[in-house]
Each structure stands twice: as structure tokens, then as C-alpha cells.
Design a protein around this ligand. Sequence first.
Ligand code: PEP
Ligand code: MG
Length: 315
Amino acid sequence: ARLSADAAPLTPGALADGTPIALLANLGKPADAAEAVARGAEGVGLFRTEFLFLSSAQAPTIAQQRESYRELLSAFPGKKVVVRMLDAGADKPLAFLNDAHEENPALGLRGLRALRASEDILREQLTALAEADAQTEADLWVMAPMVATVEETVYFTGLAREYGLRTAGVMVEIPASALLADRVLAHADFASIGTNDLTQYTLAADRMLGSVAGFQDPWHPAVLRLVREVGDAGARLGKPVGICGEAAADPLLAVVLVGLGATSLSMAPSALADVRQTLSAHTLDDARRLAEVALAADGAASARTAAASLAAELP
Ligand code: PEP
Ligand code: MG
């Protein structure tokens, strides 16, 4: 992408008091890496690997995967790159992995559950990632999608370590894993909160269904309270807590998420500039005050309004 010459300087993400908040990119294919770098991404907070699988009738080979991962990792020498294991099912169905006849695919055999049922696919993905990691200089982190339990966390992080992958974590996008975040994080190196699915499951509103789209709002205080659970657990255990759902791309909500304990934010590269600027205008104390008023609201709309009016009053 061509960026305007008068774009703001691409400083690392930080609050007004200097607290660093890494600003990372959500990417769906390696070819998008260059634009993310141009827009100042400090790494990748969510690399969705589904693209490798969606176009084919069967899983790609280890060699095909390794080449894609190598292309991605090569774009970020010395930088963190969080790769998510294949997240198939519900809004991302795969013929060879998912059962098309499930009545409630969002509540079905999806994400890590589907990978566990076809463990060879997960093992091949980890093999390809370990090979690409050995050939590149990025700081590779791997994470599992749709983790609901401590047992799944132990399973995934143990498997990743078998392949020599040093930093293994989980996505927190199911309320159960947010509520038990302290126990989940005891076994994971980091958590990354997927606010899209976390909102869907907290409000029981299918994120694909237009008739209930009004419920899909991550400003909802119930969602924010779950984020706080994870942020508090991360702070107690000294483990990073990232946000990789769309919520991180809303500049004011991004500040609120930091106030709830997020230590990094990952978003579409086009959102980085606005979020960077808004973060730089607030201290950690401001972020915590904004989080408090949002948490105290009755609903999503009033949380947004309350945070916006406090932000307008802050010096
Ligand atoms: C999420 O659920 O918030 C997320 C980042 O993952 P995806 O949108 O790919 O489900
Ligand atoms: Mg998700």
C-alpha cells in the first residue's frame, strides 16, 4: 500500500507516560506482511493460517506450509510473530475437518477441538512451523484457537514444546477460559483475547447472523469484565495478555482494554495509526479510569458514552 508522506512518525506503541504497548498486525497471508511493516507494525499478533487450508480439498503438505511460514517470518526479523493453529469450523468451515451436519457449528467440533480429533494435521502444522523457525530470525510464538479448558491448554502447550517451539499460548475467546484465566495462564506462556468470539459467546449471539448483530459489541461490560479477569491473571503471573479481536482497532476501546490489563494490541494494519495516536494521548492511570467507567455501565452503548465523556474531560 502507498502511505502518505506526511503520515505520523512510526514510533512504537506507548501511552503518554511511556508505558510500552506493542502494536501488532492481524494478518491472513504472508503477502500482507509488507504493508503491515510499512504501517509500523511491531510484529504480528495474529497470523490466521486458514488461508493455507481453505482453498484446497485436503491439508497442504508440510513443505508447502513451511514455505508460507518462512515467507511470513522473514518479514519480521527480531520481532514477535504469533501464529495461530488452524481455526476451522463455524464461520471458517473446512470440508475435510468439520462435520457439515452439526446443528450448532459455533458450539461444535471446531478450533483446537477439531485439530485434536485430527491430530496429524496439528502435528504437521507444528512441524512446518518449527522448520520455518529454524530458518528465520523472528521470535515465533504459537497459539491454539477456541481453548475452553485448562486441560486443553496443557495439551497444546505440551505438544508445541515437543516440537521445540518455545513460546506457546492460547486464545481466550470462550468465557470459560477467561473466568479461569489464572489457571489457564499457569500452563501457558501468554494469552491472546479474541474479542470477536468472546463477544459472540458471552452474549449468545451468532457473529454471522445479521438479525442479532446488535449484540456483537465488545463494549458490553460483561465482555470487559472477562477481559479484566484475564488482564488481572496475566499481571499476577507476569504473563503477557494481548488482544487480537476487532475491539483492538477501536481507538478508545483500545485504551480501555489497556486499562483492563492488555499488554499488546493486534489489529488490521490500517487501524494502527489511529490507535497509536489515541494511546499516546492517555496515561496508564487514564486508561484505568476509562476502564472503570466502562465496566460500571449497564450496557455497550452506555459504556462507550461514559468512556467518551470521561476522555473528553481528561487533561
Ligand atoms: C476473535 O475471535 O476475536 C479472533 C481474533 O479470531 P477470529 O476472528 O479469526 O475468530
Ligand atoms: Mg475467534
